[in-house]
Design a protein around this ligand. Structure first.
Ligand code: ZN
Length: 132
């Protein structure tokens, strides 16, 4: 693991920029990763053009899960909902900047799963999650 990125992840875990909740919100969802005990809730507000104006996450868990949520929430502000829906596993890995084994990958991707669950309708969700 690259030391620079490792430091960034630990720093984000200890000093998140996007931690909190939004009430009221336009999109909110919460889920967990039972393998590691990570839990993440994501809240977003969008404007009339469906551009994300505010985003926040809350939760508990390992450094990778929480840093990934923080980086992801920072990255979605200013994006359209369509752009948010188009985010992929590769985008998360690029934000984190490190290689991850399968167990840690689940930690890293929890925030993306929660985000997608929030913005997709339930009908679309199953299909979408299968692609992550
Ligand atoms: Zn974890």
């Amino acid at each position: 693991m690259d030391d620079l990125y490792r430091e960034q992840i630990i720093d984000r875990y200890k000093h998140p920029l996007m931690k909190g909740t939004l009430e009221p919100n336009d999109y909110s969802y919460e889920d967990d990763n039972p393998l590691c005990g990570d839990r993440i809730r994501i809240d977003m507000r969008v404007d009339e053009k469906d551009i994300v104006t505010e985003a926040a996450f809350s939760g508990t868990g390992c450094a990778i899960s929480q840093a990934s949520a923080d980086l992801l929430m920072e990255s979605v502000v200013g994006k359209s909902l369509d752009e948010v829906k188009a985010l992929t596993k590769e985008d998360i890995l690029e934000l984190l900047g490190i290689e991850l084994g399968p167990v840690r990958l689940k930690c890293a991707l929890l925030s993306l799963k929660v985000l997608k669950a929030g913005v997709y309708g339930l009908d679309e969700l199953e299909e979408e999650l299968a692609r992550i």
